[in-house]
Design a protein around this ligand. Structure first.
Ligand SMILES: *Cc1c(COP(=O)(O)O)cnc(C)c1O
Length: 429
């Protein structure tokens, strides 16, 4: 056997090379799917391969195949960014190879809690024959809600989308009407930072109303819940503490490596009942807590370490400043790009999400917007994603990475300006 530490040194030095090159490399992937498949098609052999060779080959084969989402000019979706300590803790978590945990999933607790209130034991009886659950969510709810409904056996037909106002917020009257329409057990999903414009529903008004109707209130705060740590933005989520469950992601604004989802529930019993292996619903005394009674997995990596590391590295002030910096950069990017010739501001950010679109002389702004996003991404300086907002295509500007700097903002605006000025081809002509 070769020296078992050699491969770790190699991986470490590949990791450092990657991080060092981030700032000067194209943000978009530069290898095509066909190239990657071809390079990765290394025949499996009967004979072993030295570990270091395996890692060197992996790095060579995947070169140009990663989006630079770890870097400062990646503004697509709300992903990317890992604080140094969080990345290091993630390496160590894999090294220690312990089986531990923290993550779970709120709607499963809601399903249990609501049906238990109607005398139905869903863990024992399943959903067949149970009172039908209804889920109310805003029109702009994240696709993960639909997936949760499918996985939990509730079904997507249970979802009733609710219209929001011009600020993307659910109005009290709209919710009141929906709650009165049916007396089915109801889950209400509210947004703390919606995916397009970072809108927060007015929790202090809506949650008591939903509770009066016996509904379970779940907050999708995937990135937006973190704004609660900033004195400048915490008021956006006022009243959020009244909800029954929150979901948030450490891999978003806390900048841990992927994937680090967190569920927080007000009342631990329904949650434990939905997750526990042992099916005795009383919490045992003592200090120890078995993660497998609280999470969907039996075996899981120690996702808690990177969260612990990131929170310690930042401190409360560091987290607040990370959030405020991202919001400032998002504002500068959105106004800077939105003010360029051929561009238009669609929604100025109230947080870290802004929207712009690109205008076509022939009036087909949707096609022009998608083509411009593709051209910007191909140019390589920065990377953005598209969305449909109020029936129109727009470019999303999401800023969640601790690395993003004012220099990145300036470089990105310049790059977009160049792409627009170059008059790229956006389709057959
Ligand atoms: C990212 C995101 C999700 C999905 O969360 P994951 O845990 O990353 O799968 C849900 N809702 C919103 C608003 C998001 O931004």
């Amino acid at each position: 056997m070769d020296d078992p530490t050699e491969v770790l040194h190699r991986a470490f030095s590949h990791a450092l090379d990657y991080l060092e090159a981030l700032d000067s490399s194209p943000v978009a992937a530069t290898s095509t799917l066909a190239e990657l498949r071809h390079r990765l098609q290394i025949p499996l052999t009967a004979a072993p391969t030295p570990a270091a060779t395996v890692i060197d080959d992996l790095v060579t084969a995947t070169a140009g195949g990663q989006l630079g989402s770890a870097g400062g000019r990646f503004f697509a979706w709300v992903i990317g960014g890992a604080l140094p300590s969080a990345l290091a803790a993630d390496w160590l978590a894999a090294t220690w190879d312990v089986n531990a945990g923290l993550y779970a999933c709120g709607p499963a607790a809601a399903r249990h809690g609501l049906l238990a209130a109607r005398g139905w034991d869903v863990e024992a009886n399943g959903l067949a024959g149970s009172p039908p659950i209804r889920l109310l969510a805003t029109e702009q709810h994240h696709g993960s809600i639909n997936r949760a409904l499918r996985i939990l056996g509730i079904g997507t037909r249970a979802l009733q989308p609710l219209a929001t106002d011009e600020n993307g917020r659910l109005r009290k009257a709209t919710l009141d009407r929906a709650l009165k329409e049916s007396d089915s057990p109801t889950i209400l999903v509210l947004d703390a930072g919606d995916l397009n414009i970072g809108a927060y529903d007015p929790f202090a008004e809506l949650i008591p109303l939903a509770h009066e109707a016996g509904a379970w209130v779940h907050i999708d705060g995937a990135f937006g819940l973190w704004a609660r740590a900033s004195p400048r933005y915490r008021h956006l989520a006022d009243g959020v503490e009244r909800a029954d469950s929150w979901a948030t992601d450490a891999h978003k604004w806390l900048n841990t490596p992927q994937d680090n989802g967190i569920a927080i529930v007000r009342n631990r019993e329904p949650h434990r009942a939905a997750m526990t292996i042992s099916a005795h619903y009383l919490v045992a005394g003592g200090d120890a807590r078995d993660a497998l009674d609280w999470t969907p997995e039996w075996t899981r990596r120690a996702r808690g370490y990177p969260i612990y590391a990131a929170l310690r590295e930042l401190g409360r002030d560091g987290l607040a400043s990370l959030i405020e910096r991202c919001c400032d950069h998002c504002m500068a990017l959105t106004l800077g790009i939105g003010g360029l010739a051929g561009a238009e501001l669609v929604a100025a950010p109230s947080l870290n999400q802004g929207l712009v679109r690109f205008l076509a002389p022939d009036g087909d702004h949707d096609r022009r917007t998608d083509a411009t996003i593709a051209a910007i991404n191909a140019e390589g300086t920065a990377y953005f994603s598209g969305t449909t907002f109020r029936g129109q295509r727009a470019m999303r500007i999401s800023v969640v990475n601790w690395r993003t700097s004012e220099a990145d903002v300036r470089r990105t605006i310049k790059a977009v300006e160049r792409v627009l000025a170059d008059g790229f081809r956006d389709g057959p002509n």
